[in-house]
Every structure is written in structure tokens, then in C-alpha cells.
Design a protein around this ligand. Structure first.
Ligand code: ADP
Ligand code: TRP
Length: 320
């Protein structure tokens, strides 16, 4: 089954992104033909400046490779290295009713948050449809906020297929229902916009400092601690199996340890979980030529499929 997803590179990744999106996405490569790209044309719609967009794109490539994208299994590239999607985007625009775009939640949300209402922002879902359709994608793993975009993709594809022949595969979204919302250090949803995130790749000392900032109740040492509502416990639980969670609950109940101990324990868990990724990351940062090579190979492979598709599309619509 061909699975495709786009990564919006928007800065440092945190534990919420890791458990909520990256880890489940990377695991898909074990069972599916996975295509993943860094959506830098999409990021351009909200980008501050050239240097930042460039840096975010490179950071995302290095981080995703470090966390386990295996270039032997997964085709991994940068969106703008397969510029054929822009040609398809224009062609698909003809099959995209204005009303469809006007109903897009994501556009309305972004404008409500103060992002200038540009044409690129408005037509963002058409480019996403081009990403998906140009590679004959069957499944698209996305967060809940992106389901509507996959549905719009289907609508656009159906319209095209009805008028010009069955050229496009109709994709389906794939949403992980059981992914919990990971809390930040203040207990709200962890998000880079709320200043409550624990970043994935921190040095050990700042990581401990960040864990120390997790808000907890002030129970005196010697008394049993509540774990149900404890953000430290809830974060630690992400790294533990059932037996280990039970052990941790016992430690909370024993009253022998305070929150400081559990903050240290949480830091250890995060540090351990990312040990291998940290090593790989150091390696890739030192061997950027390898990263570029992987992206180039990925783009070559994706482009071959995109090229073949575009020949058929041009022919179908009558472009010489
Ligand atoms: P942020 O809120 O930090 O800006 P993004 O919106 O860039 O995060 O999220 C990227 C991906 O990570 C999305 O698929 C989103 O569902 C997932 N994600 C982000 N924060 C969390 C969280 N706290 N819990 C679970 N998943 C999350
Ligand atoms: N819009 C997606 C997001 O914000 C990123 C994206 C771009 C994408 N093109 C895609 C996701 C194609 C899946 C398929 O997360």
C-alpha cells in the first residue's frame, strides 16, 4: 500500500510531536511503501524569511532521519525538489470550486490567528492535493486537523476523473485515533506556541532544568503522592510498559520520594529514549553531504513517478 505524508517544518520538535506524530509515522515504514517529504512550498505560506525556511527544512531532514526514517525503506525528499507538483497544482485548480476552498477550516483558523490572507494560504489545499495525487497515494496519515484537506483532495480527484478519465487514485486519510494529547510542563496540550514544550534534542542539563519546571502540587515529603493528575507521571508513562507504570505508581504511593525524584526519573527516561537518535543526529550533522544525498535520491525516485503521471495528465487535458 502506498502511504504518503508531508512534514511541515516549523522549528524545534518536542515530545508531543514525537509521540503524537513522528513515532507512529516512522513506524509505518515497516509495513508500507512510505513516501515522506518536507513540505517547504507549504511552509513558505507562513515563513518569516529565507534563512529560517532553509534552516527549518534542513533541521527537519536531520531530525526525521535521526529518529528512524530509513532511506532504504522510505522515499524521503524535499517538496520543492519535485517541482512537477506545482504544475499539477495549477491544473487541479481548474477542478477546485471556490466554495470548496472557502469552507476550509485550516485557512480560516490561520487567518483568525493573524496570518495574512494570501492566495497561497487560500489555495494551500490544492497543492496538498497535487502532492497526494501525483504519486498515486492510497493512504495519507495525518492529524485530525488535516482530514478535511484529504477529503478535498478526493473531491478534486473525482471531478477531474469524471471530466477527463480515471487518472487519479482516490486517497483515504489515516488517523491514529488512540494517540493521546501529550501534556506540556503546565499540563495543557504541549505546543511550541504555548511555551510549555519539552524539546526533543536538548542537552542533558537544560533538559533536567525543563523537567524541573513541570508544575506539581506541593505535598510535603513523607506523604503519598497523587499520580493520576500528575503531569510528571503522565509524561513518564509514555515511556513505560504496564509493569513499569505499576512500579512507578507504587513509588508515588509509598511517600518515600518527592516530585524532585520523579523529575529526575523523567529526565532519565527522555534521555534514554533518545540516546540512539542523538547519536545518529550528531553523525548526520557532521555528514550533511549524506543527508543531501539521501534527499537527492528520494527526489529522484519521487520525480520519476511524478513525471510519468504528469505526461498522462498533460495529455488528458490537452496540453501540448
Ligand atoms: P505545535 O502545537 O507545537 O505547533 P504542530 O501543530 O506543529 O505542533 O504539530 C505537529 C504534529 O504533532 C501534529 O500531527 C500534531 O497532531 C502532533 N502534536 C503536536 N502537539 C501534540 C501533543 N501535545 N500531543 C499529541 N500530538 C501532538
Ligand atoms: N498540510 C500538512 C500539515 O500541515 C502537510 C502536508 C503537505 C501534507 N502536503 C501533504 C500532508 C500531503 C499529507 C499529504 O501537516
Amino acid at each position: 500500500m502506498r502511504v504518503l505524508t508531508g512534514i511541515q517544518a516549523s522549528g524545534k520538535l518536542h515530545i508531543g510531536n514525537y509521540f503524537g506524530a513522528m513515532k507512529p509515522m516512522i513506524e509505518l515504514q515497516e509495513e508500507h511503501e512510505l513516501f515522506t517529504f518536507i513540505a517547504n512550498y507549504h511552509s513558505l505560506t507562513t515563513s518569516k524569511d529565507a534563512a529560517t525556511l532553509r534552516q527549518f527544512t534542513i533541521d527537519a531532514a536531520v531530525d526525521y532521519l535521526s529518529l528512524g526514517i530509513d532511506p532504504e525503506k522510505t522515499t524521503f525528499w524535499v517538496q520543492s525538489h519535485v517541482p512537477e507538483v506545482l504544475e499539477l497544482y495549477w491544473i487541479l485548480s481548474k477542478f477546485t470550486p471556490m466554495g470548496l476552498l472557502e469552507r476550509a477550516h485550516s485557512y480560516k483558523d490561520k487567518v483568525a490567528r493573524g496570518i495574512p490572507a494570501s492566495h497561497a494560504l487560500f489555495s494551500y489545499p490544492v497543492l496538498m492535493a497535487a502532492d497526494i495525487l501525483i504519486l498515486d497515494t492510497q493512504k495519507v496519515p495525518v492529524g485530525k486537523d488535516q482530514i478535511q484537506h484529504v477529503e478535498m483532495t478526493r473531491d478534486i480527484a473525482i471531478k477531474f476523473n469524471n471530466e477527463y478519465g480515471e487518472l487519479f487514485t482516490l486517497p483515504e486519510h489515516m488517523v491514529q485515533e488512540d494517540v493521546a494529547t501529550i501534556p506540556g510542563i503546565d499540563g495543557q496540550k504541549m505546543s511550541k506556541s504555548y511555551d510549555n514544550a519539552i524539546d526533543l534534542f536538548m542537552d542533558e542539563k537544560p533538559l533536567q532544568k525543563r523537567c524541573n519546571k513541570i508544575i506539581s502540587t506541593s505535598t510535603p515529603l513523607g506523604e503519598p503522592l497523587e499520580y493520576e493528575e500528575c503531569h510528571i507521571y503522565n509524561l513518564a508513562a509514555l515511556f513505560l510498559n504496564e509493569e513499569q507504570k505499576q512500579e512507578l505508581r507504587e513509588r508515588y504511593k509509598s511517600g518515600k520520594e518527592g516530585y524532585g525524584h520523579f523529575k529526575k526519573y523523567l529526565k532519565e527516561l527522555i534521555w534514554e529514549e533518545l540516546a540512539e537518535a542523538r547519536e545518529k543526529r550528531a553523525y548526520y550533522l557532521d555528514h550533511m553531504d549524506e543527508v543531501n544525498d539521501i534527499l537527492e535520491q528520494g527526489a529522484k525516485k519521487a520525480r520519476k513517478i511524478a513525471d510519468a503521471k504528469m505526461e498522462k495528465v498533460r495529455d488528458a487535458v490537452g496540453l501540448l
